[in-house]
Structure formats: C-alpha cells, structure tokens
Ligand binder design. Structure first.
Ligand SMILES: NC(=O)c1ccc[n+]([C@@H]2O[C@H](COP(=O)([O-])OP(=O)(O)OC[C@H]3O[C@@H](n4cnc5c(N)ncnc54)[C@H](O)[C@@H]3O)[C@@H](O)[C@H]2O)c1
Length: 272
C-alpha cells in the first residue's frame, strides 16, 4: 500500500490517478491548498495534518504502508521570505514527524517532491551536482528536507528518491507522473539508495513562447508586462542521469502539456 501525503493537491492528484491503476493508495492531506474532489475515488482519503504525529501514527497503524510519496508542502515561493515560519514548520518540521512515524512503523521507502530552485541560476544545463544556491525560504525548506532525508536514508537504511523539478503541468498522461512511477519501482528494490534526479523536459521555454502557445490553445488573451515577455529561460535541467538510471524520457512538448492541462480543466470544478 502506498501513502501519498499531499495527494489532494495539483501534482499529487495526478500521481494518485496513475497509482490507483496498479496499487492500493491512501491519501493523507490537510486540504490547505488541496481539494477533496481531486482525489481519485479508488483511493482512501484521510484528512489530516502532517505534523499531527498522533493522527499520522493512527494512519500507519491502520494500513500496511510500504512506501510514502511525500508531496505535502507550502509552495508559493514568492511569499516565502515574508513568512519563513510557515515554510519551515510546514515543510521541514512536518517532514521530520513523517520520518519519525515511518521509522516507528519500519516503513523504509520514500519519494520526495523537491524543486530545481535549490540550484543557483545559470544559463548552463543543470546537473544534479550543480552549484546549490537557495534564494528563498521555500527553496531552503526543500533543500533542508533533502539533507534530512539523506541522513535518515544512510543512518536507518532507507530507500529515498528525490525528484527536483519546476512548473509541473499537464495531467497523469504526462512525463512527470511517469517519473514518480519509475521512482517507486526503484525504491521497491530495497537497495538502500539515496538518489536525487532532475526532472523536466530538458528544454527551456521562452515566456513569449508559453504565452503564445497558451493563447493559441485556450483562445484567451494573456496580458503580461513587456519585461516578462522578454524573460529568458532559467533552470534548464539536464536529464542525463534520470534517463540513464531510471529510463525516463520526456515525451511531451509544450503544446501537448498546455492542451492537456487545458482540456483537463474543462471538466473539473476545482482549480487544477
Ligand atoms: N507544482 C510544481 O510545479 C512543483 C515543482 C517542484 C516541486 N513541487 C513540490 O511538489 C509538491 C506538490 O506541489 P503542488 O504544486 O501539487 O502543490 P499543491 O499545493 O497543489 O499540493 C500540496 C498538497 O499538500 C497538502 N499539504 C500541504 N501542507 C500539508 C500538511 N502540513 N499536512 C498535510 N497536507 C498538507 C495541500 O493541502 C495540498 O493538497 C510540493 O511539495 C511542492 O513543493 C511542485
């Protein structure tokens, strides 16, 4: 059984849609930014706060959890320097509670959803060993959690895969969800790994290109300041490692991702 914490959110709900095809899934989410209706009906849903050790312990006692997919976080990074307490408590302290409860229940496998915002900005393709330079509390909270996960993995013989990405889009057909499936297969081998992988489509997109593609697909005009339209892509990830080690290939282009996300939106009464 797989526990998806944050499984009622944007990325989590798509990951759950894929996982229920082959696994029994429990979603644990406090609905702070997630939506109950987004959770696949085949998954068991439990509303709860990740930092609530007692409630989380109850969940681990009820179900035979083998692997955790950890997506629960406060993430609008633009605000994070104004309220670091929210980001550190929600993203770091709560992660420690999760790891404690996992240890107590001998659950060793975890997939962690992290961000490329851990890297310093550069025009060069980013590799997993690229220079780390976090510029806001959100990015630091994710990086600190990665470090904690690394220590736990080594000390307590766990299996952990960290996926670093940015601006996920589309739906469960897309590349991003494939990577979660591949990561789950890898931790299930119980080889006591701690691995970090970049995830993306390996290309940057100009803001102008994204705006025009959106307008073409949605038939809506998007107003952006001229300075934003000239923005160059940053955080272009090299996918060499995830391709070589997990066999992950980004198959979808910008056009496909936007139309896929737009089509998904038409049939939903929630915002992602
Ligand atoms: N969306 C992206 O492009 C992107 C890129 C890189 C990393 N990430 C990371 O992926 C994860 C999911 O992102 P998202 O875009 O789906 O965000 P989201 O806000 O849609 O989903 C987060 C989910 O976690 C839940 N949650 C938050 N704090 C919680 C807590 N303390 N206890 C229980 N549930 C809690 C929320 O209710 C929500 O359902 C986050 O960890 C985010 O940092 C997202």
């Amino acid at each position: 059984m797989i526990l998806v914490v944050g499984g009622a959110g944007y990325i989590g709900s798509h990951v759950v849609n894929r996982l229920v095809e082959t696994e029994q899934v429990v979603v644990y989410d406090n609905l702070s930014t997630g939506c109950r209706e987004a959770v696949n009906e085949q998954a068991i849903f439990i509303e709860g706060e990740l930092a609530d050790e007692k409630r989380l312990t109850h969940v681990f006692s009820l179900f035979s959890i083998k692997t955790v997919v950890h997506l629960a976080a406060a993430s609008p990074e633009v605000e994070s320097n104004e309220n670091p307490q929210l980001y550190y408590e929600n993203n770091v302290t709560a992660t420690l509670v999760l790891l404690k409860v996992m240890r107590e229940h001998h659950v060793k496998n975890i997939i962690y959803s992290s961000t490329v915002l851990t890297y310093a900005r550069t025009n060069e393709p980013l590799h997993e060993q690229s220079y780390i330079e976090t510029t806001n509390s959100y990015a630091r909270s994710k990086y600190f959690s990665e470090q904690i996960l690394q220590d736990y993995t080594l000390a307590y013989k766990m299996n952990c895969i960290v996926l670093r990405y940015l601006n996920g889009s589309g739906s469960q057909e897309g590349d991003l969800v494939n990577a979660f499936s591949l990561a789950l297969e890898t931790v299930a081998k119980n080889e006591q790994v701690f691995k970090i992988y970049n995830l993306g489509n390996g290309q940057g997109s100009l803001v102008k290109e994204i705006k025009e593609t959106n307008e073409e697909i949605t038939n809506n005009n998007i107003n952006l300041s001229s300075s934003r339209i000239e923005d160059q892509p940053v955080f272009i990830e090299s996918l060499k490692k995830i391709q070589q080690e997990l066999g992950y290939y980004a198959e979808k282009n910008l056009q496909h991702m936007i139309s896929n996300a737009w089509n998904g939106h038409q049939n939903k009464n929630f915002n992602f």
